[in-house]
Design a protein around this ligand. Structure first.
Ligand code: UDP
Ligand code: MG
Length: 313
């Protein structure tokens, strides 16, 4: 039978969390009393996650499907691979580390039933480090200002989408992407629900500071050209300012015969402008690099094995 709901979970080295996740998830979904499937993507885990997921399939072959990647492609690509195979009328995504309580899924399902085509969780009482919480707040504000995407909690991955929105996401073929923003773009009636948030049950966050920075560059470069446009405007302002400075120096030298002062000021201005130019080159690199990856047309991921009933059907 075609499932009503597809639950999608990316897994990267979460062996210690999977058993509890699975029992809480399955009992919540069973209680809903609607046909469902759970798609786990094993994103190149190096621990026992793959073995455990295979075991889940053996326990519940009718509901569980496992996509086993050959390597680590990142959370968002892991989710996309599952979206491409999801059969439900709606898809719910959540993290494997129990930070998103599976018991909250019915709230999202109800919101989709009520007519929303994408629903974002808004984490109440967020259980993350001080740094993560405040960095998140700042990044939400930056996204709000730079793009036309409106949501209260872009980092929450407990979300639900209708099949129509999922279909649009898949068709983009984007690789460095930020799913909540992409889904927002394609939805006609986005909604939000408040959800609980827990501390990570076991293990550590899979996002290093570097990965977090990359992810947020994906969000900004993927959804706005504003940084490039601001840079151009700023360059124009700098050019105008430099022209005025040249006129002043010229005046001082010719009419006041003063060419001693201002050397260090000039250096300071020069260093500043050089650093601005370097930022600009870096910024262009962010966009060009992504364009390059996308013209290479490599597959976004490679599946080592699909573990599901009638895998060839
Ligand atoms: N994840 C993944 N691939 C990665 C990094 C993370 O599939 O390269 C999964 C991870 O197993 C978890 C979810 O994405 O289910 C969120 O990751 P994490 O909890 O480390 O992120 P945080 O909560 O710190 O933002
Ligand atoms: Mg987490």
């Amino acid at each position: 039978m075609k499932p009503d709901i597809s639950v999608v979970i990316p897994v990267y080295n979460e062996a210690d969390n999977l058993t509890e996740l699975f029992s809480r998830l399955m009992s919540t979904m069973d209680k809903l009393g609607r046909p469902y499937e759970v798609i786990f993507t094993n994103d190149g885990s190096k621990d026992d996650s793959g073995k455990i997921l295979r075991d889940f399939f053996k326990q519940r072959p009718d509901e569980v499907r496992v996509i086993d990647f050959n390597g680590n492609y990142g959370q968002h690509i892991a989710i996309i691979a599952a979206l491409e195979r999801a059969r439900g009328k709606m898809v719910v995504t959540l993290d494997a580390d129990l930070q998103n309580p599976p018991e909250e899924i019915p709230k999202l399902v109800a919101a989709i039933d009520a007519g929303h085509d994408s629903v974002g969780g808004k984490r109440m009482g967020r259980q993350d480090s001080f740094f993560r919480k405040y960095a998140s707040k700042l990044l939400n504000v930056i996204r709000e200002r730079c793009t036309d995407i409106k949501m209260s909690d872009q980092g929450c991955m407990l979300r639900a989408y209708s099949a129509n929105v999922v279909d649009a996401i898949i068709r983009t073929g984007e690789r460095s992407t930020f799913l909540p923003a992409l889904a927002y773009k394609f939805s006609a009636n986005p909604g939000e629900v408040e959800v609980e948030h827990a501390a990570r049950a076991h293990g550590q966050s899979k996002y290093s500071l570097y990965k977090l920075i990359r992810l947020n560059f994906d969000l900004i470069t993927g959804f706005t050209l504003l940084p490039l446009q601001m840079f151009t405007l700023f360059s124009v302002a700098c050019a105008a300012g430099s022209f005025v400075l040249v006129l002043i120096l010229f005046y001082m030298r010719i009419f006041l015969h003063d060419n001693t002062n201002g050397v260090f000021t000039l250096f300071a201005i020069l260093f500043f402008l050089i650093s601005v130019a370097m930022i600009g080159i870096g910024l262009i690199g962010e966009y060009v690099g992504r364009a390059y990856q996308s013209v290479q047309q490599r597959p976004r991921y490679n599946i080592r094995e699909l573990i599901e009933k009638n895998a060839d059907a």
